[in-house]
Design a protein around this ligand. Sequence first.
Ligand SMILES: C[S@@+](CC[C@H](N)C(=O)[O-])C[C@H]1O[C@@H](n2cnc3c(N)ncnc32)[C@H](O)[C@@H]1O
Length: 227
Amino acid sequence: MTTDPVDPDLASRRLARESLGQDDPTGWFERLYSAASEGTAVVPWDRGTAHPLLTDWVDTAQPSGDGRKALVVGAGTGWDAELIADLGYDTTAFDISPTAIETAQQNHPDSKATYQVADLLNPPSEWHHAFDLVIEIFTVQALPIPLQPEATSHVSDFVRPGGTLLVIASARDDETPDDAIDGPPWPLTRAAVDAFTAPDLKLIQLDRSPSPNSATTHRWRAEYLRD
Ligand SMILES: C[S@@+](CC[C@H](N)C(=O)[O-])C[C@H]1O[C@@H](n2cnc3c(N)ncnc32)[C@H](O)[C@@H]1O
């Protein structure tokens, strides 16, 4: 008898569906990372390297950490956080999944970043306007659409005056209605990209580029600056 390999996307979608069916929209992340740590699942977004659009932004913008503070949202197993910490930022990286955080610490035993479990929907109050650089990649879109405004507003709130927010997300056409999206993920419309702004947090650069995996899928990279 042979066993067909399980498509990692299907396995994670099945876990997500069960979790969402139990009105637990974030519980599946821990179940997935935990299964992956036991070798029975694969985390489909775990690239084993920083996101290429983040690397490209770093190469172009050449930000200098120099002891300034950075926060990496929904950091998973830490590849983006390591890039930011290596730039000299005093980097905090958080995820809702304890196993993701343990895996990040195991992957990067000599890390300069601090990894911690935290919930974007209920973050520590001391993170209010506390970071010079905030990196958000694919976390907001991993939450059901009704939860996205609250998550978006917390991401923006982490940025201190003079600080930068970088958001990388899958893009959705504005004409595609919410109920046509069979998430996760629930990609972000242009309006959802604008929702990260505030009167003092301006969108200063927006790129929309095709995904390397599919010519019909696009990604946003948005950079914001707080006055
Ligand atoms: C699609 S993955 C992206 C991970 C990583 N940013 C990357 O690009 O590889 C979404 C991540 O957000 C985390 N996450 C989901 N909901 C969260 C929440 N409410 N608070 C913190 N992390 C959350 C998940 O555990 C997962 O690691």
